[in-house]
Structure formats: C-alpha cells, structure tokens
Design a protein around this ligand. Structure first.
Ligand code: FDA
Length: 304
C-alpha cells in the first residue's frame, strides 16, 4: 500500500497538468504545513518566526517545469528578489534553488549565466546560495556546473544524495574543492541500476558520507529528520572534537519541529528549508511520497 501511494505521489508530482491545476487554486489539502506561503512577504514572516527561537533558514522560491527562457528569467528574477528581501528584512536566511528552474533543461549556458547573476547578488550581501540536487538525469550536469561556479564563487554549495551509488566518490572529489555540501538521503524515484533500493543501505551510506566529509575538514549540512542520523552526527563530532561551527543540521519547514527546537537548545546550528511560491504542488507531492502516512493528514484537510 505504502509503495503504491509513494509511486502515485511521485507520478503526480511530475504531472504538468496536475501542477497547473494546483497553481490555480492556491495552497490546498494541507500544503500550508510544508509551504510557508505564496508571497515573498509570507516567506520572510515565516523566517522571522524561525529566527526568533534561534533557527536559521534557507528560502526556496518554488519553481518546476520551466521550459522557456522567459520562465527561466522569471525564476531568476524571483531568486534575486528573495535575496533582496532577506537583506532588507535583515533575517538570517540564505537561498536554495533548483537549476532546472533557471533554464538547465533549455540551455546550459543560459542556466550558468542566471546562476552567476544570482551568486553575484548574494555576494554583494555576503550571502550564500545552495544548489538543490534534482533527479539522477540532472546529477552529472549539476556537479559539472557547480565545479565551474566554484572556481569563481566561494558562496555556493550543492546537495549530495546518499541513495546514489556514485555518491561516495563524488564526496571524495568535491572534498578537494572544500565544497560546502548538504548531505541528504534523496527524494526522487530512481532506478535500482543507479541507487540503493533498500532504506538501510541509504541510511548507512549517509552516515559514511557525513563522516567522510566532516573528517576531511569540510563544512557539512546534515539534512535529515532521522534521529538515528542526528544522533550519529552528534556522536561523531564529539568523538573527533569537531567544532559546532563546522556543520549544521537542516530540516524541512513543518517537519519535526520539536527536534529542530531541541537541537537549537542543545547549542547546534539548525537551518530550516522554507519553500514558498505558487508552484507548490510538486514539492508537496515529494513530501507525501516520503511519508505516505501523510495521506491521512491530507484527507483530514480535504474535509475540513
Ligand atoms: P527518513 O525518510 O528516514 O525519515 C525520518 C523521519 O522523519 C520519519 O520517520 C518521519 O518522522 C520524519 N519525516 C521524514 N520525511 C517526512 C515527511 N515528508 N513528512 C513528515 N515527516 C517526515 N532531497 C533531494 O533529493 N534533493 C535535495 O536537494 C534535497 N534537499 C533537502 C533539504 C533539506 C533541508 C532536507 C531536510 C531534505 C532535503 N531533501 C532533498 C529530502 C531528502 O532527500 C529526504 O527525502 C527527506 O529528508 C526524508 O528523509 P529523512 O532523512 O528525513 O529520513
């Protein structure tokens, strides 16, 4: 049953027509639990609330299915405006983005040019930009572009997914660039020819790459709600005397709030990923696919 729901949510998240329909009707079915709002102002308000109890944020303007240079330009503009709004409001947040929303599927050079505009603006404000990792089809090109950008910019990081077989080698290679990496389990449906099908293997690989990256002296954002991963990281940094400034925990907006707050109270750096915008449907479907038990939460909201 869980697998059926998982596949259904993953397929819906990729459906252009379902996304278009959802956009028309605004945040529905309980999506507001996971998405901070549709406007920049709502997202800044959410960040301010997080900052009040010591949590930092990373804002993500949601954008999926970008197939024209104009749409890529609009997404780039929204990233620039988000950076401006963060600076104006003086809140503690950086920016996360998906390169497909900046034109990666249209023209590589267009995407690189848009990335450079965003990184230049972030640099102006002393801020940082994280490239989210999308499905396996975009992995190699995303890492290639990251390497190119890293030569010119110190304020850019990327995400690495523990479910991919290639990941350990990627972490070793990126370690040489002193890359700032967000380490996650991975959220997309991937073929068993490229990714570990069993959760246990993914969990073990995540632990392996956290250790590898931190012991190499590089900055890691450990992005997981899994207490076993959190506890593993705490024990690892304690054992090796790794400074608390050398890593942070990251979690998603609306998920495991108690754990987020507890970690802050314990003195760890915690950053919450705060998505916003009208293009919320694909993101919402990925969150449901991660935990099909959330379907009850959706049903409850449908009949409210
Ligand atoms: P796991 O799935 O084992 O969940 C552990 C526990 O967390 C669950 O038992 C449950 O309590 C809670 N939980 C997890 N997901 C939940 C959900 N959706 N709803 C309610 N509770 C939930 N992936 C990717 O491919 N590319 C990316 O760029 C990113 N970026 C990213 C940023 C940040 C800040 C986070 C936290 C995660 C991502 N991810 C991601 C998603 C990541 O790959 C993964 O799918 C999710 O974090 C779920 O895995 P966990 O590590 O939380 O463990």
């Amino acid at each position: 049953m869980d697998l059926l729901l998982k596949n259904m949510f993953q397929a819906l998240g990729k459906s252009r027509s379902a996304n278009r329909l959802a956009k028309k009707y605004g945040l529905r079915f309980g999506a507001a639990r996971f998405v901070a709002g549709e406007s920049i102002q709502q997202s800044i308000d959410a960040v301010r609330r997080l900052n009040e109890d010591g949590r930092m944020a990373t804002l993500d303007h949601l954008g999926e299915f970008v197939f024209s240079a104009e749409e890529a330009e609009q997404s780039t503009e929204m990233c620039l405006l988000t950076l401006d709004a963060i600076a104006d409001a003086e809140v503690k947040s950086n920016l996360s983005l998906k390169m497909t929303s900046l034109g990666l599927d249209i023209d590589r050079e267009l995407c690189v040019a848009n990335m450079k505009r965003i990184l230049n603006r972030a640099r102006l404000y002393g801020n940082f930009v994280r490239i989210d990792m999308e499905d396996f089809a975009h992995c190699q090109i995303s890492l290639d572009i990251y390497r190119e950008l890293r030569e010119e910019f110190g304020n850019v990081g990327i995400v690495i997914q523990a479910y991919l077989f290639r990941t350990e080698q990627d972490v070793k290679d990126l370690g040489e660039l002193q890359a700032n990496l967000r380490l996650v389990k991975g959220a997309y449906k991937e073929s068993p020819s490229v990714a570990f099908p069993a959760k246990h293997d993914v969990d073990e690989n995540l632990k392996r790459i956290i250790k590898l990256h931190l012991l190499n002296g590089n900055y890691a954002a450990v992005a997981s709600h899994d207490e076993a991963i959190v506890n593993y990281t705490k024990a690892l940094v304690k054992e090796h005397g790794i400074d608390r400034e050398a890593f942070e925990f990251q979690m998603l907006y609306g998920i495991c709030e108690d754990l987020q707050k507890r970690l802050v109270r314990e003195g760890y750096r915690v950053r919450v990923y705060v998505p916003y915008g009208i293009d919320w449907f694909g993101y919402f479907m990925r969150r449901l696919a991660e935990r099909p038990a959330n379907v009850w939460f959706v049903l409850k909201n449908m009949f409210k």
